[in-house]
Ligand binder design. Structure first.
Ligand SMILES: Nc1nc2c(c(=O)[nH]1)N[C@H]1C(S)=C(S)[C@@H](COP(=O)(O)O)O[C@H]1N2
Ligand SMILES: [Mo]
Length: 401
């Protein structure tokens, strides 16, 4: 198992070419001279990001961005399942179609969307279900992108209410789901296109939006220009990018994405013993409570007597963060961190903590968040076959000399 995993990791790196994950993976893959590779890559509309693949682009946000509550658009992570992704969209021709079990099927231009419906905005965290997958117990880590911390980000999303758009088309009484698909296409006919559905009540009575802006700008092409579904509090798999087709259904959508992909053990911890299969599985939905250290960098070296500021972000599925606790003694004692402004219950909450080391040597700084529902993070996140929902306690080492 171990050697197969190592082999897979190596072949992924070799196949990708032109990337380096020197700090992240050098210890695990000692045979590759990472000096030969550029450290990061720069895609259109993006700054330097950590690349896991270029077809489709899989780009991770470096950890240091998570000392601030808002993730800039150019640093926001990117994940597509299929290699055939949209690279340009002509808004003169682009239409959003609402069809299926509706009274009046409609086709709306971007201008229609902006003029017919009231705009709404809120901050919300977008996080891949597999974010942090690489931190699950090594020998049992599931296959899939070995994300570290950065398959997540927080932005101000602006758009129109999904419910307004659906009501405009007139949802028929016997409807049970709404299906969404975007402009990305499978390279081979055997590969299923990305098409997902949500329960009709979630679409009509909750605060989902169809966003055309991210942090006050049009959404970057790689993040779903010109329109994307926002499902606050839920994992990113539901946040369909470059949405063009919305179909109201009077039956359940059955396809690979709904029946097989993104399933978690259907129990309280969403976990099983490493290597085991769950008896019963269900679709992944809400995120769990989590906190990440953005600064300082891991292995930062400081002089004795220097004051250290540790800062990061915390979030959950929408109860909101009540406390963030920091430990500088390996988890024996925990102290309250200060919280930054509250940007809404779906947003990252900034936190920071100052301390002055009393001795020379290594200090392990750990962080854990508690949400307003009293939920907190486990020391080690429970394992599941997909490597989803990792929310173990984040830590960094500081060297004092
Ligand atoms: N159309 C489309 N939407 C999609 C996907 C996709 O492959 N196609 N991937 C989903 C997954 S798994 C993730 S993690 C997020 C990534 O969003 P981002 O690229 O804006 O970070 O998009 C989601 N929406
Ligand atoms: Mo994802």
């Amino acid at each position: 198992m171990d050697s197969r995993r190592d082999f897979l990791k190596k072949s992924i790196f070799l196949a990708v070419g032109g990337l380096t994950l020197k700090n992240a993976f050098a210890d695990e893959v000692p045979t590759i001279d990472f000096q030969e590779y550029p450290k990061t890559v720069k895609y259109p509309e993006k700054t330097d990001l950590i690349m896991y693949s270029d077809r489709p682009p899989l780009l991770e946000t470096p950890r240091s961005y998570f000392s601030k509550a808002i993730t800039p658009n150019d640093a926001f992570f990117v994940r597509w399942h299929l290699s055939n992704i949209p690279t340009e969209v002509n808004l003169k021709e682009w239409r959003l179609k609402i069809t299926g079990n509706v009274k009046n099927p409609v086709s709306l231009s971007m201008e229609d969307l902006k003029s017919l419906f009231e705009p709404v905005s809120y901050y919300a965290v977008l996080q891949c279900s597999g974010n942090g997958r690489s931190f699950f117990e090594k020998s049992q880590t599931s296959l899939g992108i070995q994300w570290k911390h950065g398959a997540m980000g927080n932005a101000l999303w602006t758009g129109v209410r999904l419910s307004d758009v659906l009501n405009y088309a007139g949802v028929k009484k016997d409807s049970i789901e709404v299906a969404f698909s975007g402009l990305d296409k499978a390279p081979y006919p055997e590969t299923p296109n990305v098409e997902r559905s949500l329960h009709i009540d979630k679409c009509l009575y909750e605060d989902l939006i169809l966003a055309y802006e991210m942090n006050g700008e049009p959404i970057p092409m790689l993040n779903g220009f010109p329109l994307r579904l926002i499902v606050p509090g839920w994992y990113a798999t539901h946040w369909i990018k470059s949405v063009t087709n919305i179909m109201v259904l009077n039956q359940e959508l059955k396809n690979f994405w709904m029946e097989t992909a993104y399933h978690i053990p259907d129990n309280a911890c969403h976990c099983v013993e490493p290597g085991e299969k769950p008896k019963k599985a269900r679709m992944i939905t809400q995120m769990n409570v989590k906190s990440v250290i953005g600064t300082p960098e891991d292995n930062t070296v400081v002089k004795l007597g220097q004051v250290i500021k540790v800062a990061g972000v915390a979030f959950d599925q929408g109860y909101g963060i009540s406390d963030v606790l920091v430990s500088i003694d390996g988890g024996k004692s925990w102290k309250q961190a200060s919280l930054g402004p509250d940007l809404g219950r779906y947003s990252f909450r900034e936190w920071f903590f100052y301390f002055k080391p009393q001795n020379k040597g290594e200090i392990k700084v750990m962080v854990k968040a508690i949400n307003k529902n009293g939920e907190t993070q486990p020391f080690e996140a429970g394992w599941n076959p997909g490597g989803y929902m990792w929310n173990g306690i984040d830590s960094i080492t500081i060297k004092v000399f």
